[in-house]
Design a protein. Structure first.
Length: 85
């Protein structure tokens, strides 16, 4: 059963100013936020070369990742959720 636009993961979410500084203006569905974050991470070479599942955030990402120096892909989802409403 296909979900309608505007519900679940496709529901447009409001983004915090910190998140908008990286992914652009909202509202935007979670799926698009995640795609834009990964594009930013890859463009800026922010994956740990030893373990690609870890992200080594720059200053912009640290604003979203509670100032952490390293974040796993799984932590990223939880931390980003705080910036969506």
């Amino acid at each position: 059963m296909e979900q309608q636009a505007g519900v679940g993961l496709k529901k447009p979410m409001n983004l915090s100013p910190e998140l908008q500084a990286i992914v652009g203006p909202g509202p935007m569905p979670r799926t698009e936020v995640t795609k834009a974050l990964w594009a930013y991470i890859k463009e800026n070479n922010l994956q740990d070369p030893q373990n690609k599942r870890n992200i080594l955030p720059d200053e912009k990402l640290k604003a979203i990742f509670d100032g952490k120096d390293s974040v796993t892909m799984f932590e990223m989802t939880k931390l980003v959720s705080k910036h969506l409403s």
